[in-house]
Design a protein around this ligand. Structure first.
Ligand code: NAP
Length: 252
């Protein structure tokens, strides 16, 4: 309908959920928000607004979707490590001349007492791990866990968001299923109970998974952290509030 804008919001993050809710409160029926999820995890409760689930079929598939669904605006609020969907969003929006904003949460701030070891690859993380600790708390994705399969001397406590169809091949270790947000006191208890002496994680940023880093700081534990992939170029904001301001320039 004339005057009503349609927003594709690429989600799967707390920021996307917050933005969907805030956009509806700010614009009401003047903006239709369609959140898109990959559909790998059950999302509960459903985000505010409309929802579509599943891949688009690459950048071309997303471009087709933008045209077929008469999308006026796109916001990529996916996770900082979800590099493929972000690249597809840039290509699809460029091809269809759809204005696109990247909502990229800020990286965590390192404190002087933090013992972070930054790496660019999981292979590098796995090769350094045995020299740094013997009992590792590994909070990364199921696909990435494969890099840690051949470490006979290292106990791996791996935390995943959902039970994998196939158990990862770990020389010794255990899988815990849990979804954030994670409280600092719970993370402290876990690290102490399990006698963890090193953490492995992504440089995700965000409050919901920062608890383990605050706990590591208190316990003076080293953290092997994978750097983020480079973000897609183009207009970028750090918070849902800033994304709302961008929307205000398009939605009357
Ligand atoms: P990815 O590697 O960048 O994307 C792989 C493929 O999954 C994409 O090519 C696309 O398939 C599909 N996809 C991803 N996100 C989608 C979305 N929001 N809507 C529709 N299709 C999507 O993504 P990923 O790292 O596996 O992350 C998947 C989802 O989980 C993302 O939405 C992300 O925000 C969320 N998430 C990721 C992480 C992480 O550490 N990577 C952490 C928390 C949440 P097609 O090519 O077929 O379109």
């Amino acid at each position: 309908m004339p005057g009503i804008k349609r927003l594709l919001l690429l989600g799967g993050t707390a920021e996307a959920r917050l933005l969907a809710k805030a956009a509806q409160e700010a614009f009401g029926t003047r903006l239709t928000v369609i959140t898109s999820l990959a559909g790998r995890l059950p999302e509960s409760p459903a985000p505010v607004g409309l929802l579509r689930v599943g891949g688009f079929g690459g950048a071309e598939g997303m471009a087709d979707y933008l045209c077929a669904e008469r999308i006026d605006l796109a916001i990529d609020a996916t996770h900082p490590f979800a590099a493929t969907i972000s690249a597809h969003a840039r290509k699809a929006c460029d091809a269809t001349q759809t204005p696109r904003l990247l909502l990229l949460r800020p990286m965590w701030q390192k404190k002087p007492e933090d013992r972070w070891v930054m790496v660019d690859t999981w292979r590098d993380a796995a090769s350094r791990l045995p020299q740094i600790g013997a009992r590792a708390f590994v909070a990364i994705g199921i696909q990435e866990l494969d890099a840690f399969a051949n470490l006979p001397q290292t106990y791996i406590l791996a935390r995943l968001a959902a039970r994998p169809a196939q158990a990862p091949a770990l020389a010794q270790g255990e899988i815990r299923i849990a979804r954030g947000p994670f409280l600092v006191e719970d993370e402290l208890r876990l690290l102490q109970d399990q006698k963890i002496d090193v953490i492995v994680c992504k440089a995700s940023g965000g409050a919901s998974s920062e608890g383990k880093l605050i706990a590591a700081r208190k316990l003076q534990l080293p953290v092997i952290m994978k750097n983020r992939p480079p973000p897609e170029p183009g207009p970028t904001v750090a918070t849902p509030q800033d994304a709302l301001d961008w929307l205000r320039t398009y939605v009357s």
